[in-house]
Design a protein around this ligand. Structure first.
Ligand code: DOR
Ligand code: ZN
Length: 403
């Protein structure tokens, strides 16, 4: 089907890929096909996006959010349940998956919320959903949230965790004691909020930690059996960007001092997952202090540029953006270019370095915290063997039998 410079088993080889029924049938020097320019990498997986929709369509929809993912070389997203209304029950879960089936441009999957109010029914909810769909994780569990409906306390989490071994729990680890509600960024001891929550949580069990932003909590997690993700903004932006970002600056967890940012980037090869925490808000909402940055479209391109410049290795990048997320969340057939896997690739021409421009991105929110940054966007994206970037074919959701 295609021939070129393929990232295969940790290195680049010149070869062709044969595809049958959406899966890779053969990879080899003698396989013929259309030659593509640039490097052929596994398409990315973003395990942390907030695609809004429902009552927040003005910020983003599943349609616009997944179109943005597609243009960023991401073929599978994991949407988070803090929607309005939240995805904390079977009905809403099914409703959202049906919506995704009609409108998603890339493969779509959805985490289930775990809160103080639904924890007693969790077993029943998981059982009903998993008859039809693959649930990647229970999360994003909020140890602290402005809305009581989305929050869970440590003791309840401890009880629930013990009952569901084998289920991935993803946690937004910020301790309520150190986060003053309603003042997202400029509060007392906000850094300790993350460090303390991580310390308490690794005592409870093994979690996947969302958007870790301090070196202390990263080290704590690396000494445990938990895993963690870091966002591009916590590795590329810092408190030094406050002036440039102005009213756009709010995000949870907040941007950190250079010491943390530089440590995380230097230790990129020790992070488990690169995830965007794509959290689109309109400019009007940002003016009012809404926390969150869009990022699903810029994540892979910013880091392909960094790999191309030699700041990180392609091996390290591909592991964090594709193979590790597939392994941690159990997406079989995703994350690597290998025989039997889905033919999901992103092709990047390393000579085509561009400046990120918010107005050219596909998210409905229309802005980016990375305005003016260098990035290499994909020239082509293949989903189960189809070139989908040019044609923008719809892809649909993850049914039980796909993951
Ligand atoms: O800044 C954030 N915004 N962090 C989160 O964890 C949630 C997100 C949102 O949903 O807006
Ligand atoms: Zn989030």
């Amino acid at each position: 089907m295609i021939v070129g410079k393929i990232f295969y088993k940790g290195e680049f080889i010149e070869a062709g890929i044969e595809v049958e029924d959406g899966r890779i049938k053969k990879i080899g020097k003698l396989v013929e096909g259309k030659r593509v320019k640039g490097v052929i990498l596994p398409a990315g997986i973003d395990v942390h996006v907030h695609l809004r929709d429902f009552a927040e369509k003005r910020k983003e929809t599943i349609e616009t959010g997944t179109l943005s993912a597609l243009h960023g070389g991401v073929c599978l997203v994991v949407d988070q349940p803090n929607t309005k209304p939240p995805v904390d029950n079977v009905k809403t879960y099914f409703q959202r998956m049906e919506k995704a089936k009609k409108s998603a441009y890339v493969d779509y999957s959805l985490n289930l919320a775990l809160t103080n109010s639904n924890h007693e029914k969790l077993g029943d909810i998981i059982r009903k959903i998993s008859e039809k769909y693959f649930i990647p994780a229970v999360g994003e569990i909020f140890i602290q949230h402005d809305s009581e409906d989305l929050q869970i306390d440590y003791e309840t989490l401890r009880k629930v965790y013990g009952r569901f071994e084998g289920v991935v729990f993803t946690v937004h680890a910020e301790d309520p004691a150190y986060v003053a509600k309603g003042t997202p960024n400029f509060v007392f001891r906000r850094r300790e909020a993350e460090v303390l929550a991580v310390e308490k949580l690794v005592e409870i069990g093994n979690f996947h930690f969302c958007h870790i932003s301090t070196r202390d909590s990263a080290k704590e997690i690396m000494n445990s059996n938990s895993t963690y993700e870091v966002t591009p903004h916590h590795m590329l932006l810092s408190v030094n960007d406050y002036g440039r970002l102005g009213k756009l600056v709010n995000v949870n967890p907040p941007l950190r001092e250079k010491e943390d940012v530089d440590w995380l980037l230097r230790n990129f090869h020790r992070v488990d997952v690169l995830a965007s925490d794509h959290a689109p808000h309109t400019l009007e909402d940002k003016e009012l202090g809404a926390p969150g940055f869009p990022g699903v479209e810029t994540m892979y391109p910013l880091f392909v540029n960094m790999a191309s410049k030699g700041y990180i290795s392609f091996k390290s990048l591909v592991e964090r953006v594709a193979s590790n997320p597939a392994r941690i969340f159990g997406f079989k057939g995703y994350g690597e270019i290998k025989t039997g896997n889905f033919a999901n690739f992103a092709v990047f021409d390393l000579k085509n370095v561009k400046e990120v421009k918010g107005e050219e991105l596909h998210s409905k929110c229309g802005w980016t915290p990375f305005e003016g940054f260098e990035a290499i966007f994909p020239e082509k994206v293949y989903l189960r063997g189809e070139e989908v970037l040019e044609s923008c074919l719809k892809a649909g959701n993850i049914l039980k039998n796909r993951a």
